[in-house]
Design a binder for this molecule. Structure first.
Ligand code: FES
Ligand code: FES
Length: 172
């Protein structure tokens, strides 16, 4: 099986019925997609496959042979966050962080197809992504902030200097 993950091409040796989630984590050591329910109902394993958000626990490798996959690792880095990651940080949209890769991936996919979603459209896009920490309001606030074009440059400069960043929201 062949996959391009975060722009890097890989030949995989995992059996064809191995889930994409397990192949990413166990063969490629890409552990951003998290192992949750493994039955498609929590969203924490979400990745982008050929432009669409998909639950990697439900995808056998055989179904994604030759695909382009983006995981949370392909979006930003600790000192150069993607805007969606910066917004989650600034608005306290992430606490334990377990659901965050899936939430961020779903948000990036939403904003790709609809750069100006309503609050209801954001809720619909994140429906089925379970979070046990934030209560969802702060996550949706973060997505709205990105959609209205809020700048996170100051946060990025602060982080790049290794200084403590001031969040915009309030903790739960
Ligand atoms: S681990 Fe895939 S949806 Fe829960
Ligand atoms: S931040 Fe902990 S599960 Fe969502």
């Amino acid at each position: 099986m062949r996959l391009t993950v975060n722009t890097v091409e890989h030949e995989l040796v995992s059996p064809p019925l191995t889930s994409l989630l397990n192949a990413l984590r166990d063969e490629l050591d890409i552990t951003g997609p998290k192992v949750g329910c493994q039955d498609g109902s929590c969203g924490t394993c979400s990745v982008i496959v050929d432009g669409e958000p998909r639950r990697s626990c439900l995808l056998p490798l055989a179904m994604v042979d030759g695909a382009e996959v983006t995981t949370i690792e392909g979006l930003g880095a600790p000192r150069s966050l993607h805007d969606v990651q910066a917004a989650f940080h600034a608005y306290y949209g992430s606490q334990c962080g377990f659901c965050t890769p899936g939430m961020v991936i779903a948000t990036v996919a939403l904003l790709e197809r609809n750069p100006n979603p309503s609050r209801e459209q954001i809720q619909n896009a994140l429906r089925g992504h379970m979070c046990r920490c934030t209560g969802y309001v702060k996550i949706i606030d973060a997505v709205e902030a990105v959609a209205r074009g809020e700048s996170f440059e100051e946060l990025e400069v602060t982080r790049s200097r290794g200084e403590e960043a001031t969040a915009k929201g309030v903790p739960a």
